[in-house]
Design a protein around this ligand. Structure first.
Ligand code: PDD
Length: 277
């Protein structure tokens, strides 16, 4: 497995980090998960733009110029002979320094990116999945794709332990997003989702969902809904680079709509399918 680092490609088992690495000690870093279909990146521009935005927001200098990063990411797929469905995980940490919360400006950021085979979740996409609700205890800057994922990890673990696929997060009853995806509520044939403010991640697939709605003359309304509203939804679905457009059939054991994937969700899934291929 060839891994891209801040300098060059290395073999997976030669990658080593000093123990005073800020990513390890503080979670001081950012990341992206980019989808690959049939050996080609999907939404690469959106991911690269967000990576640079996240880095700038936390004052980390990305160790590559944008055009070089594009070229390196292409090389990553070639070197690993990727021709199927996969995902690329890329993270950048601030680098190494004697432990201190405040950071020196001279650290050299560490980057690594690697490919993982990842098939599409076809059965879940067809049949739908379930979710639980959890309080959103994260900080106010969730638009930064930061490595600080403990609240997300704990929420997803709670979902898994209750036999669910995802955790829908809410702040004082207002639904923000899920532990690793964005979430949408359909009522009167209109799609509602939390506005792209600083307290949610501006999903790359979310941007496409908005565009699909425009193309299909479905109203896309950036307005948060409340957990009390969930049982009144005609449809619920979530989106992410790994989950695509995923129907949600039950929340906290309660059925949504008629308990089957709805027509708007199906339409948006078709749009996604066309877009990604
Ligand atoms: N997660 N919201 C959160 C909190 C996320 O972590 C993600 C993605 C999304 C969807 O973003 P996008 O459409 O750009 O994938 C929304 C990735 C897949 C992860 O952490 O594995």
């Amino acid at each position: 497995n060839h891994i891209l680092t801040e300098n060059d490609f290395v073999e997976q088992n030669t990658l080593k980090y000093p123990f005073e690495e800020r990513g390890l000690q503080f979670g001081d870093g950012i990341y992206e998960v980019i989808r690959v279909y049939k050996g080609n990146y999907y939404l690469i521009d959106e991911h690269v733009e967000r990576l640079y935005r996240s880095a700038a927001a936390v004052k980390i200098a990305v160790p590559y110029r944008k055009e070089d990063l594009y070229q390196r990411l292409d090389e990553l797929l070639k070197k690993n002979d990727v021709d199927g469905d996969a995902s690329v995980y890329l993270q950048i940490t601030r680098g190494s320094a004697p432990r201190d919360h405040a950071f020196p400006y001279q650290t050299n950021a560490n980057l690594y990116a690697y490919v993982k085979d990842l098939s599409r979740p076809l059965e879940f996409l067809r049949e739908g999945v379930t979710a639980i609700t959890q309080e959103d205890v994260r900080w106010d800057w969730c638009y930064i794709k930061s490595l600080n994922l403990l609240p997300n990890v704990l929420a997803k673990q709670a979902a898994k332990e209750s036999g669910s696929y995802e955790a829908i997060l809410h702040k004082n009853g207002e639904v923000t997003e899920c532990s690793s995806s964005n979430v949408y509520f359909v009522r009167d044939g209109k799609v509602y989702t939390h506005p792209a403010k600083k307290n949610i991640l501006h999903g790359c697939v979310r941007m496409r969902v908005e565009a699909f709605c425009k193309e299909e003359n479905i109203e896309f309304i950036e307005e948060a809904f409340r957990i009390e509203d969930l049982p009144n939804a005609e449809e619920l679905f979530l989106s992410s680079s790994t989950s695509e457009v995923m129907p949600l059939l039950k929340v906290d054991g309660q059925k949504i709509g008629d308990g089957r994937p709805g027509p708007i969700t199906r339409k948006l899934q078709q749009c996604y399918e066309k877009d990604a291929n």
